[in-house]
Design a protein around this ligand. Structure first.
Ligand code: NAI
Length: 308
């Protein structure tokens, strides 16, 4: 199996590194527009194979899409990241052109590929891909909620002084500082509701920290994060290629689910060989429904910028 990652920057290279370490593909193509950059990253990663013991062949290419031919999955990370003080939304103009061009090139050589969109603003880039590529909706997956849910579990693990692996928790809605919705009511620790363990104040802080989790890191790092975003992309690739049918929050096309249509938004989905295979309908209460609708309004306003 072949997998392509477009964008050999911080997120793309980390995603590729995770895919290789997990041996999710025989061949992994890393493509970037910057001359020699993907080649350099690929060689550097290949030189870890003898140390880490993986058997995936990583090839770096500069803009030569013919080398990506026959990919089962393509992960799109190309585009500008945000700088401190920037919102993800401010990236829309430049990244829209990049994501559309990249996705079209991928499909020319890999017409059956499942596309994972990571570039920001991710909800709008996923919607753009859905509208412009003419693919079945299940083959277009936006990665945002997978990361936000991992961050939610991280902040819960700090509050509970426990391991993130003992936690379940999902963040739905848009992938923006003000549009994401940590579903505190559904989060569990060792199968117990966290609402039975932590006070409302602590949970409110966990939710607030989660929502600005990306901005906090951008402030510390001077650019946006890459370890968790890259690992989140690779986790989705893993569920697809191993047909794990795991539950993730992903940004997918809604056709009436959660009361929304003509939009891509983060909801719990099963991810397997066919891309996202099924939307899980959590029973939102009135407050959560209102937050979800507000999130949809904000994402729709951003999508409308594409039409201007
Ligand atoms: P980066 O600047 O390190 O890497 C981006 C790479 O894309 C660069 O190497 C650049 O040369 C390449 N590129 C630009 N235009 C291209 C084109 N037309 N074709 C091929 N390659 C091209 O940025 P980083 O940190 O890797 O972030 C990448 C994107 O992912 C950004 O838009 C960022 O906002 C987004 N992101 C999304 C997350 C999510 O949860 N959805 C989380 C973190 C970042």
């Amino acid at each position: 199996m072949k997998i392509t990652v477009v964008g050999a920057g911080a997120v793309g290279a980390t995603c590729a590194d995770n895919i290789a370490r997990k041996e999710l593909a025989e061949e992994l193509v890393l493509l970037d527009i910057k001359e020699g950059f993907a080649e350099g990253k690929a060689i550097d990663m290949m030189q870890t194979a003898a140390l880490l013991g993986f058997n995936t062949k990583i090839t770096g290419v500069t803009n030569d899409y013919s080398r990506t031919a026959g990919s089962a999955v393509a992960v799109i990370t190309s585009g500008l990241p945000r700088k401190p003080g920037m919102t993800r939304e401010e990236l829309i103009g430049i990244n829209a052109g990049i994501v559309k061009g990249v996705a079209e090139n991928i499909l020319k050589f890999s017409p059956d590929a499942i596309i994972i969109v990571i570039s920001n603003p991710m909800d709008t880039m996923t919607y753009l891909s859905l509208k412009s590529l003419g693919l079945p909706k299940n083959r277009i997956i936006g990665m945002g909620g997978t990361l936000d849910s991992a961050r939610f579990k991280y902040y819960l693990s700090v509050a509970l002084n426990c391991n993130s692996n003992d936690l379940q928790g999902f963040v739905i809605g848009g992938h923006g500082d003000t549009t994401m919705i940590p579903l505190t009511r559904y989060a569990t620790y060792q199968s117990l509701p966290v609402t039975d363990i932590l006070s409302a104040d602590v949970l409110a802080k966990v939710a607030a920290d989660t929502m600005v989790g990306g901005a906090t890191l951008t402030g510390l790092l001077g650019t946006s994060a890459w370890y968790a975003p890259g690992a989140a992309g690779a986790a989705l690739v893993e569920s697809i290629v191993r047909d794990e049918k795991k539950l993730f929050t992903c940004c997918v096309a809604l056709d009436g689910e959660y009361g929304q249509s003509d939009i891509c938004l983060g909801v719990p989905v099963i991810v397997g060989r066919n891309g996202w295979e099924k939307i899980i309908d959590y029973n939102l209460n009135e407050e959560e429904k209102a937050a979800f609708n507000k999130s949809a309004d904000a994402v729709r306003a951003m999508n409308n910028v594409l039409k201007e």
